[in-house]
Design a protein around this ligand. Structure first.
Ligand SMILES: Nc1nc2c(c(=O)[nH]1)N[C@H]1C(S)=C(S)[C@@H](COP(=O)(O)O)O[C@H]1N2
Ligand SMILES: [Mo]
Length: 322
């Protein structure tokens, strides 16, 4: 109790300071080395990684949706599953890969409540049509100014929400991550208000780009990436995509989500990728395209998805609604 009620301003600076401000030298050296190896070996390594990593996890059959692809090559399976943010397992980038195996993802149920016509407790396959899986290659831009390209597998988030029939009064959707202290060692650190909560305006959630992810690289989603289901809206900073979702709540009010609650001046509810609005402690104009830690490429407005999503924000001041 005492620990969990500690406020963020009582934490050590490192605990509430994301990259690139706080970054261990060890981490830096490993990423830098991976970048050099990747550059030297080229795409052969990336493909090899993807194949050799298939094994324990199950295969998924998905149709590639050619509409959603990216010019840059995807990051390797190995990299996407070993460099993660999932603070419930720890703050270092390799903590999720190390500890997420403890998370029991079967059986899994999701509570759906609030302003919906069909509230209830659903199994994953009642919400996600596994016969309609798509592969979409999306960019992921973390608010910490690094980015990756990831071949996700999933279904449009809209298809999930339609199954539970949002009521006309619903304007927002809130996602809550599982909270199991015995399986998630990072929950001991009160870096965020647990459980991790995220949310979208309903029109953002219903936008065709918003994706409910259940896999990547042709296989079932590894736990460190948010098994069994997580959201990804690629025009927003990565933290908008809650992992290991156990509750979906429809509401008429903007939900109180974890990051803006912890640091309201640093993290907004919208969190649209915007190179013109710096984080108070670092610029968002450029990003490190991992695994090359030194590759500083310009960050694009809405992460390059502006043609599709800019109209959602017509007339809004994106500096105020950051
Ligand atoms: N529950 C939960 N979801 C989370 C996070 C987290 O710490 N906990 N981190 C977010 C952040 S900051 C990012 S960048 C992405 C990273 O997703 P990935 O590890 O699959 O690349 O997950 C997001 N979802
Ligand atoms: Mo992030």
């Amino acid at each position: 109790m005492l620990i969990r009620s500690r406020k963020s301003w009582e934490l050590p600076y490192s605990a509430v300071t994301p990259e690139p401000i706080y970054r261990s030298r060890r981490e830096f050296m490993r990423t830098a080395t991976a970048g050099l190896l990747g550059a030297a070996a080229g795409t052969a390594i990336a493909c090899g990684d993807a194949d050799s990593a298939v094994g324990a996890q199950g295969r998924l059959t998905a149709t590639r949706n050619a509409k959603y692809s990216v010019a840059d090559p995807p990051n390797s399976f190995e990299h996407i599953t070993s460099y993660n943010n999932f603070y419930e397992f720890g703050l270092d980038k390799d903590d999720p890969a190390r500890y997420a195996g403890r998370l029991k993802v079967e059986p899994w149920s999701v509570k759906v409540d609030g302003l919906v016509g069909r509230p209830g407790t659903y199994g994953v396959d009642e919400l996600v049509d596994f016969n309609a899986l798509e592969e979409r290659i999306y960019r992921l831009r973390c608010v910490e100014a690094w980015s990756m390209v990831i071949p996700w597998i999933g279904v449009p988030l809209a298809s999930v929400l339609q199954k539970v029939e949002p009521l006309p009064a619903a304007r927002f959707v809130e996602f809550t991550t599982v909270e199991r202290p015995s399986e998630m060692p990072g929950l001991r650190v009160p870096v965020l208000e647990w459980p991790y909560r995220e949310g979208l305006r309903l029109d953002e959630a219903m936008h065709p780009l918003s994706f409910m992810v259940v896999g990547l690289y042709g296989q079932v989603l590894p736990n460190q990436n948010g098994a069994p289901l997580r959201v990804h809206s690629p025009w927003k900073y990565g933290f908008k995509g809650a992992k290991s979702i156990v509750r979906i709540r429809l509401t008429d009010r903007q939900p109180r989500t974890s990051w803006p609650t912890m640091a309201p001046h640093e993290y907004g509810f919208y969190a649209n990728v915007n190179p013109e609005v710096p984080h108070p402690r670092w610029s968002q104009a450029r990003e490190r395209r991992l695994p090359d830690f030194f590759a500083r490429t310009p960050t694009l407005m809405f992460n390059g998805y502006g043609d599709e999503v800019a109209s959602l924000y017509a007339g809004m001041d994106l500096r105020r609604n950051f």
